[in-house]
Write a protein that binds this ligand. Structure first.
Ligand code: NAP
Ligand code: MG
Length: 471
């Protein structure tokens, strides 16, 4: 059994001063895989102090130096591909398919960062003045478990581009993945203190990062509830915040779409990462007069969706990360039933033969209206709500009738029509006839899906403070 008792401060693996342990539990078997020591407030303060000291020099490094550091990290990560994928599969139940894609995105985030350094001008002229885009300072990076190393790589690489130093608090549930990335970052030979990583609880390590006056900015990915707590705390010291929060993304299938392609895509959008994705397309909006056809297609696809051990290449839906998350999803399925929605496929309980793990039956509700809780709240599991609409206008109205606005999907064979609909949806990203990622385009949410954007120039500028020299 593994015991992870080291955290990473000022270029060294050191033993945490925490005294409590957190059990690492397999989502497939619910057996204990290991344990991680939970860092405390003092550990966090030491990490922040190291980042603060290093900022004095790292903020002055050249573009060429930063590019070299990014390349070094990428090289170190490239060497351990299998371990990255396997640990992700084992530790949180991400499917082999998803873990492999995530690994590729992780590596690509360094290419995007290098691209930014090669193209971004940190000195601009605005009006009569010289405007210097200066690094903000120490950045606190607080992230969830559902794509832990992906978030570390995208946020840390942007911080390096900007010349900021960092203190990272991953989820304690990702301790083994964190150990691996820390080893790679260590190997990359960055100046001591550029990145510091403290395992521990949100209420302790996360709270210290959010309140400490020496942290200039928080880049947070996680739930809307915790995002609000962090933003309230951050305002006391006027920290900048970038908040990537939850979603309840609509997927509009227009009547002229190719249903044989759009419906399978809709199922993938809903069940990606076992349904534990902020961008999951969890509200499927279909024309009322095409419902029977949609039902038939969904039944066919979902009954052929393989649920099971995430290690198997063909598995499309693995277990929920924890028993707690399993219970949460069960609770929402019950809420749907109680609200009067009808289960088309799936339902309560575990699939046969998978009773040991946190497996959920991929579920689709029909007869859902947009006022129901299953249409309004983020479930974070493989549960899809089908909602019918009569007109295009109604489809847009339903799509926008949500407190969220992270992502949306539109399917139509008429590109102009799809573009026109997409332009009317209030979401940070709208996917037309597909599911893609553009690492140089902004990513983030409207409304309660967050504040600010990541990726590309807009993402970078959230790590910079403009300074105008007026002559
Ligand atoms: P979460 O509970 O909000 O936790 C996220 C992180 O915040 C964890 O590291 C957590 O620590 C920490 N935290 C908890 N309480 C805190 C506090 N009081 N102060 C500071 N930090 C605190 O989210 P989750 O359940 O792990 O992840 C799922 C959520 O993330 C979903 O809502 C999903 O939509 C969202 N998400 C958003 C995006 C996006 O890009 N928009 C991407 C992925 C996921 P602990 O580990 O101790 O809880
Ligand atoms: Mg949590």
């Amino acid at each position: 059994m593994k015991t992870i008792d080291k955290i990473y401060i000022n270029g060294e693996f050191i033993t945490s001063q925490g005294t409590e342990y957190f059990d690492l539990i397999s989502p497939v078997t619910n057996e204990k895989l290991g344990q991680v020591i939970l860092g405390n407030q003092k550990d966090t303060q030491n990490a922040i102090a190291a980042a603060k000291e290093t900022f004095k020099t790292f903020s002055k490094t050249s573009k060429a130096e930063r590019i070299q550091y990014l390349k070094n990290i990428q090289t170190a990560i490239e060497k351990r591909k299998e371990e990255f994928i396997n640990t992700m599969v084992e530790e949180y139940g991400g499917t082999l398919q998803f873990a492999t894609i995530s690994y590729t995105y992780m590596l690509k985030s360094f290419d995007s960062a290098i691209n930014l350094l090669n193209t971004y001008d940190f000195t601009k002229t605005m009006g009569e003045s010289e405007v210097q885009m200066t690094p903000l300072g120490v950045v606190g990076i607080i992230i969830p478990w559902n794509s832990s190393n992906g978030f570390i790589c995208s946020k840390l690489s942007t911080a390096i581009v900007a010349g900021c130093t960092t203190v990272i608090k991953p989820s304690e549930m990702s301790a083994q993945q964190t150990q691996l990335i820390t080893e790679c970052l260590h190997e990359a030979g960055l100046p001591k203190g550029v990145f510091n990583i403290v395992n521990g609880l949100g209420e302790i390590v996360g709270a210290e990062i959010s309140s400490n006056p020496d942290v200039a900015k928080i880049s947070f990915t996680g739930s809307t509830n915790v995002g609000k707590i962090i933003a309230k705390e951050a305002v006391n010291t006027m920290k900048r915040v970038t908040l990537e929060l939850g979603g309840k993304s609509p997927n509009i299938i227009l009547d002229d779409a190719n249903f044989a392609e759009a419906i399978p895509l809709a199922i993938s959008a809903a069940y990606m990462n076992n349904g534990q994705a902020c961008i999951a397309g969890t509200r499927l909006l279909v024309p009322e007069n095409r419902l029977e056809e949609v039902k038939k297609l969904i039944k066919e696809i979902v009954s052929n969706t393989i649920v099971g051990n995430p290690k198997n290449e063909t598995t499309a839906v693995g277990p929920m990360v924890s028993n707690k998350q399993y219970e949460r999803v069960q609770n929402y399925i019950q809420i749907g039933i109680d609200e009067g929605a009808e289960i088309l496929i799936g339902g309560l309980g575990k699939p046969e033969g998978l009773e040991k793990g946190n497996f959920v039956k991929p579920t689709v509700f029909i007869n859902v209206n947009n006022k129901m809780r299953i249409a309004r709240e983020e479930i974070f599991g493989p549960v899809l709500s089908v909602i019918t609409y009569k007109t295009e206008e109604e489809a847009i109205e339903i799509a926008n009738d949500t407190t969220y606005g992270l992502q949306a999907y539109v399917s139509s064979l008429n590109e102009k029509r799809a573009h026109k609909i997409a332009s009317q949806i209030n979401a940070g990203r709208i996917q037309i006839n597909g599911i893609g990622h553009d690492p140089m385009a902004p990513f983030g949410g409207f409304k309660q899906s967050g504040i600010g954007r990541e990726f590309g120039t807009i993402g970078l500028e959230a790590y910079l403070e403009p300074k105008a020299l007026i002559r």
